[in-house]
Design a protein around this ligand. Sequence first.
Ligand code: 1OR
Ligand code: 1OR
Length: 303
Amino acid sequence: SVCAEAYNPDDDEDDDADPRVVHPKTDEQRRRLQDACKDILLFKTLEQEQFSEVLDGMFEVLVKPQEHIIDQGDDGDNFYIIEKGVYDIFVQKDGVSVCVGKYDNKGSFGELALMYNTPRAATIAATQEGALWGLDRATFHRLIVKNNAKKRRTYEAFIECVPLLNSLELSERMKIVDVLGARVFKDGECLLKQGDEADCFYIVESGEVKIMIKSKTKAGQQDNTEVEVARCSKGQYFGELALVTNKPRAASVYAVGQTKCLVIDIQVFERLLGPCMDIMKRNISQYEEQLVALFGSSVDLKH
Ligand code: 1OR
Ligand code: 1OR
């Protein structure tokens, strides 16, 4: 299987000798790039200085409909951030190319071959004209892969204590750490809004969140009033329901006090959390029962 050993920066001093790559950009390009990067999870744990080197190192790539950005089996050259466009993900299954997902005008891909020195694990094809930002392999190594060694040290102990991930091998848990993002939310901040489209999964690292659902009659007469149905604290997860059911968010989620969450995107969720799916589905099947216990019936909700 894929090598997931912690990357040891001391193993290749050469990296430090690599000249810093700078692709000059206009103010307008820089603005677009910064906008495309603002929700990229892989960048969320970088220091400011490293992040600014990443921005310097990125170059614009325009793509045409049907163009393959990456072909499964190839060696890895670049990592890509999506500025715009829709990209299908194809994976070979028994010799047949199967579409297993897509990126819709946001996200990033192409990190795996560069992180683990493996052949490209999927084919990425543009379905329409699009724009990407590329980062070359050497710069990706120097900035992102090196940061991963630190990330593993930072999150290893915590991730070991997340009950949901118990059934995974240590190496698989570390692969999750490699690609997760961390985000801090202020007291009262809305993390998820009921009805929104879903693309991420969350684990509470510290603090607490409350899950709120729109009720027709509870908590006062006002239409659309939100009622609290549950809380999640350290080590607990939320945001799985919409990803599993392929539906909009079933509830809104707010931070209670300053709260830190680990964030995992839907492609990583599908790629690495398969072994945890039974546990999640079992817990989902209990939502309805908990609801009945809370409200006496499950019809008292707006959908
Ligand atoms: P890469 O460097 O291997 C292909 O080049 C990229 O496709 C890969 O990095 C990921 O960034 C991206 N399995 C593997 N790679 C995936 C997947 C994926 N999805 C996106 N990529 N799966 C699909 C999950 C929706 C699992 C398929 C069995
Ligand atoms: P999501 O992706 O739908 C909101 O985004 C998240 O709130 C949801 O995933 C779950 O992780 C979490 N019903 C629906 N979502 C719930 C519930 C819940 N509890 C937690 N979440 N309950 C039934 C009420 C309709 C639980 C009642 C205790």
